[in-house]
Design a protein. Sequence first.
Length: 94
Amino acid sequence: MSFSLSQYLFKKGIACFREGRYQDAIGFFTKATKKDPLNHKAWNALGVSYSKNRDFSEANTCFHTALRLEPECDAYLENLKKNRVHMRIHSQKR
């Protein structure tokens, strides 16, 4: 049951993300990861959403979790690398 609910929440998060409603997407992806902590796709999507909201520290944590769950996923590693660049750029602007 929790797996199907997690997938439902994930899909709702994707819909919000596509509409540019990143804060709403974060809410759905967070719920998806709570229902299924092994849902690496939801962890990655949560990271991307946090990054879009310029919360690079939270994004970093999510990407690390996604990679821990699915270490061979090049897309997750690439997202982590991009997020680190954003973190450096953002910290230089302060």
